[in-house]
Design a protein around this ligand. Sequence first.
Ligand code: GSH
Length: 345
Amino acid sequence: MFPSFLSLANSCGGPLRTMWYRYRGGLACLRRSPLPDTYTLDGQRHLSRARALTLVAGAAGAVTTAVKQKTECECESTLYANMGCPYAVRAMFALKLRPASGVRIENMPTTNQFGLMDKWGIAKGDVFGLFRGKSLDDLHRYKEWFKREVNASGEVPTLLLDTGDVVRESEIVAEYFDATSPCTARKLVPIDPLDASKVRLAMKMANALPGPMVALLKNQDPAKDEEIAKTLSAALSKFAAVLEDKSDFCVGASCTLADVHSAVFLHRFGVVLKHYRGYDMFQQHPRLRRLLDAVMAMPEYLALLEEYGVTDARFIAMYELYANNGTWSQDGTRLAGRGRSEFGR
Ligand SMILES: N[C@@H](CCC(=O)N[C@@H](CS)C(=O)NCC(=O)O)C(=O)O
């Protein structure tokens, strides 16, 4: 029955096709409703699988009932994200810039956060206070469910659509928001193909940044700082070289996907590399300071920072595990690697 309805819907187009997608979304929602009500982390109501199945049994396959079921399911798109992760923040920032209704954000713990929370407990290890009132067991089960049912890589950002489809990879999720937002105020990917190509080029150059940023922060051998910083600086130069010279944003006079892509990394790694390694990314690259300042003055970015209580101190606390490369004291109570140090010392 399903395939024949699909072909009918496809051949008729319009309302029937919409109905099919809604119906399919309803089913996907049921498939993806694996947790009893008590298990959800956001306090919102989700039907348990058992309750959903009971309702489906009553529906007896009627399309209209299934569509109604979807409404009862309160299915909407869910962005699994986390302020602690710069990739996830790309998607969160893009959603602020290109809003859409019906997208709710769920905080999904990262492996890095578990690294702190498993040792220190949630009260101290959950630096952004994303998981207050939850137990570690709940969080681990939640993450396992996420890997099993939504994204096997366990990565944020991941966007689960109300159809059951999954959109993943930060720049792709960000671009999805850009393409689907009903908001007409700005586009993150310019309509003009030449401008769009410049955005892509800047993003491609920015892809070389996270590797050496993380490497420098995790580096436990001061003698290797110089070499890693050289690689990082070369990547920063290549990125800066393709940026707009008539404005402080990457391309054109306003924020594009390239700014979303790069600024979230410049922001937090600017802070933590200075704190933990005495390395100032912006000293040799003032153009990148201007880019970051332009983004940090945007109301949408400021709103995001305020919503999650982002401060330099919190970034510093969150990246302590990296700065020690995950080395703990023997009694497991404190981080005991290199931690904070001068550059090269
Ligand atoms: N290439 C991915 C990278 C995303 C990523 O590495 N996210 C990290 C957190 S910053 C993650 O979720 N890792 C899996 C985990 O922590 O379990 C993207 O651009 O979205």
